[in-house]
Design a protein around this ligand. Structure first.
Ligand code: GLY
Length: 345
């Protein structure tokens, strides 16, 4: 097992990679714990959950609403959870978001931790301390920072993931290689077959490398005042595509990376051979889909992105595999790039 710590002001969050999730009971207080999960995870793993009250939400973004948070808070109150209580989220990114958000506001904040059950959440969503719910169609508009005390990433849980969910996580893994670890990218490139068959040993190593990148970024810039923006590579167009096309997050980010890469080449930041290598890797795992968003919609969707500041936006450009740069540019330049790309298709 490997332990990677995210160290922020006043908090240390331990990410435990390769630990068997069934051992989580030993890490919890003896009483006052509530478990939050979704119905898919509950169906597969529920029987082995520690013996505490379990609250089950519907799988997917549909549950990331204030209404659901309010409903869960009422259930916690009924169960007698007080200020000394502890929320354990067992699930993927949505469950971690809900559990973390609820833990941060319930009685002005109680303790929390996660068992992270998807590749997407193990490599990205469960680490970092951002929690949020959606407001209408705007993703994560309402949220806060709260670091979980620990996160268990057990690669054995990845064996039960539906194919699309697994590959959605792979897109974030590839993103992490592009933004900060060329070796990670190359290991993915050179181990296609082992990744397809979900080799647990390889996955544990890749998850550790990705968490290592994220932990060092978040430890340096928890609140996204600078460096942390690099984690948004592929996410500006990705979020618009996710909303408009209802793709799974990783597939939308893969399409967002395709656009960000060609924008980077157009700006002269990224050599064409590096861009082709990235595109080939995304294609080799069938992560790229048709993703056109009508011009009438793209501006509206980008304007709702919470990364927008006035008429500008921080955009993450690739400079090479393992190196990115962030530039504040006019939103109109991003929209114009998209318009040009559509026209040339
Ligand atoms: N919880 C996801 C993040 O902080 O990036």
């Amino acid at each position: 097992m490997e332990k990677i710590s995210v160290k922020t002001e006043g908090a240390v969050s331990d990410i435990l990679i390769g630990m068997k999730w069934e051992g989580v009971g030993n890490m919890l207080p003896g009483s006052g714990v509530a478990i939050i999960t979704d119905s898919n995870v509950n169906r597969i793993y529920g029987e082995k959950f520690p013996d505490f009250p379990v609250f089950v939400v519907k799988p997917g973004e549909v549950s990331k609403k204030l209404e659901d948070i309010e409903f869960l808070a009422e259930r916690l109150l009924e169960s007698g959870i007080d200020r000394s209580g502890f929320i354990l989220g067992i699930g993927g990114g949505v469950v971690c978001d809900i559990a973390g958000f609820l833990a941060s506001i319930y009685m002005r904040g109680i303790r929390c931790a996660y068992v992270s059950s998807t590749l997407l959440s193990q490599v990205d969503a469960s680490t970092g301390g951002k929690n949020g719910v959606n407001l209408g169609s705007t993703k994560n508009l309402l949220g806060c920072f709260r670091q979980p005390e620990f996160v268990i990433c057990d690669p054995a849980m990845l064996q039960t993931l539906p194919e699309e969910e697994y590959f959605s996580g792979l897109a974030e893994l590839i993103k992490t290689g592009i933004i900060g670890n060329r070796k990670l990218f190359e290991i993915i490139e050179n181990n296609h077959e082992r990744i397809i068959r979900r080799d647990a040993e390889l996955l544990a190593m890749l998850i550790s490398m990705a968490v290592g990148v994220k932990a060092s970024v978040v430890s340096e810039d928890e609140k996204e005042g600078g460096l942390r923006r690099i984690l948004n590579f592929g996410h500006t167009f990705g979020h618009a595509i996710e909303l408009y096309k209802s793709f799974r997050h990783g597939y939308a980010v893969a399409s967002g990376m395709e656009l960000a890469i060609s924008f980077s080449v157009a700006k002269g930041y990224l050599p064409v051979d590096e861009s082709e290598r990235i595109l080939n890797l995304l294609k080799s795992f069938k992560l790229l889909r048709r993703h056109e968003v009508p011009l009438s919609q793209i501006g509206v969707l980008l304007r709702h992105d919470k990364k927008k500041i006035g008429d500008d936006m921080y955009f993450v450009f690739a400079q090479g595999i393992g190196k990115v740069t962030v530039e504040k540019i006019p939103l109109n330049e991003i929209i114009e790039f998209y318009r040009g790309g559509l026209a040339s298709r």
